[in-house]
Design a protein around this ligand. Structure first.
Ligand SMILES: NC(=O)c1ccc[n+]([C@@H]2O[C@H](COP(=O)([O-])OP(=O)(O)OC[C@H]3O[C@@H](n4cnc5c(N)ncnc54)[C@H](OP(=O)(O)O)[C@@H]3O)[C@@H](O)[C@H]2O)c1
Length: 324
């Protein structure tokens, strides 16, 4: 089968398309013919091995896992003798996290891993595309804060993978959503439900004088220190990006301040929590309350191009690799 193989950290050119042996499922595993996988910001960070502390998990000098790719959708082609809840022909969606392996034509996944049936009303591209942003945004809105109906939520980086999911989820929780993006993405975020849009290239947040109960800086471009003035008295600032400034702020945060900064590595949470969120995302997809924004679709052969595009930091929603 065809598979992307990496033997070093680096730019998109470290990913080579090779022929490798097709895997065989163990008794508790499913063999999945992958139809689609995604190029997420996380997979590009795994490719570069940055930030460096990530190498403690990924491999100190080179990647431990040779086939990258963490999210996928496909069809069950074979099942091991002990598999109970899946059968040949089932459409599934899955996240493999640090085990990776999704940039290939086939993968074996244990029935007890993060794998669920795909809703019938969506495509494989839509199924794989929503996993990263959808599960991440939902985790923040479930574990880090509680959104009360009518609360004001600001989403920075609203046109990205987490951002496009976060707008829809915050609306689903009843929030009044302000999306921050560049002018070219204003229509997109309005279509997803944003009540108000600020263009970050025109400093419209700074000029607005408004405050928010929750600021979700999905792309790590604001800072808690500078954004405190946009938070209500008990407001929360959420970030999925742990850069040094945020880390230092968290360490030295004023214990008497009611304004909070919250970071979470959502992919490192226990599997039962991740499964809870993946199932909730599936329900929202199945009832058309959540949709996947797809920017570009590439083939396995075009993986390097796809990574270059995601590295640009300009993607709108999600970038998909159509495998089969
Ligand atoms: N902690 C966790 O559990 C976790 C999980 C998943 C991802 N992450 C991290 O979260 C971050 C975001 O991931 P993502 O996939 O959502 O990002 P993404 O899709 O790559 O973000 C791209 C979007 O960001 C917008 N953008 C760029 N600069 C901006 C700025 N200054 N202000 C507002 N928007 C801006 C771009 O719009 P324009 O082209 O208009 O600028 C583009 O649409 C990444 O660092 C990723 O590694 C963390």
């Amino acid at each position: 089968m065809k598979s992307i193989i990496v033997n070093a950290y680096g730019g998109p050119e470290v990913m080579k398309l090779e022929n490798v042996e097709k895997p065989t499922p163990k008794s508790n595993e499913l063999l999945i013919k992958i139809e689609a996988t995604s190029v997420t910001a996380a997979t590009t960070m795994m490719r570069t091995g940055t930030p460096y502390f990530g190498r403690l998990f990924l491999g100190l000098t080179k990647p431990k896992v040779k086939t990258p790719g963490t999210d996928l959708a496909g069809t069950v082609e074979a099942v091991g003798a002990d598999v109970k809840d899946f059968k040949v022909g089932d459409k599934v969606m899955a996240a493999t996290d640090l085990k990776c392996g999704a940039y290939a034509e086939y993968i074996c996944i244990g029935e007890d891993e993060l794998i669920i049936h795909q809703p019938e009303n969506i495509t494989a591209n839509e199924a794989t595309g929503i996993i990263d942003g959808g599960v991440t945004a939902l985790a923040f809105f479930t574990d880090q804060v509680t959104i009360e109906p009518g609360q004001k939520v600001l989403i920075n980086g609203a046109s990205g993978s987490i951002g496009t999911a976060a707008i829809q989820l915050a609306k689903e929780f009843g929030a009044e959503v302000t999306a921050v993006c560049s002018g070219k993405n204003a229509e997109l975020v309005k279509e997803l439900g944003a009540n108000q849009v600020f263009d970050y290239t025109k400093n419209e947040l700074e000029k607005s004088g408004q405050t928010f109960d929750i600021i979700f800086d999905t792309v790590g471009k604001l800072s808690f220190r500078k954004s405190k003035k946009y938070l209500t008295a008990k407001g929360a600032f959420l970030t999925p990006v742990l850069e040094m400034g945020a880390l230092m702020t968290m360490l030295f945060i004023n214990p008497f301040s009611k304004k909070k900064l919250k970071f979470a590595a959502t992919g490192m949470r226990k599997q039962d929590l991740r499964m809870r969120d993946l199932l909730k995302i599936r329900d929202l997809l199945a009832t058309n309350k959540l949709k996947t924004v797809i920017d570009k679709v590439y083939s396995l052969e075009e993986m390097q191009e796809a990574h270059k595009y995601v590295d640009s930091g300009r993607k709108r929603g999600n970038v998909i690799i159509k495998v089969a």
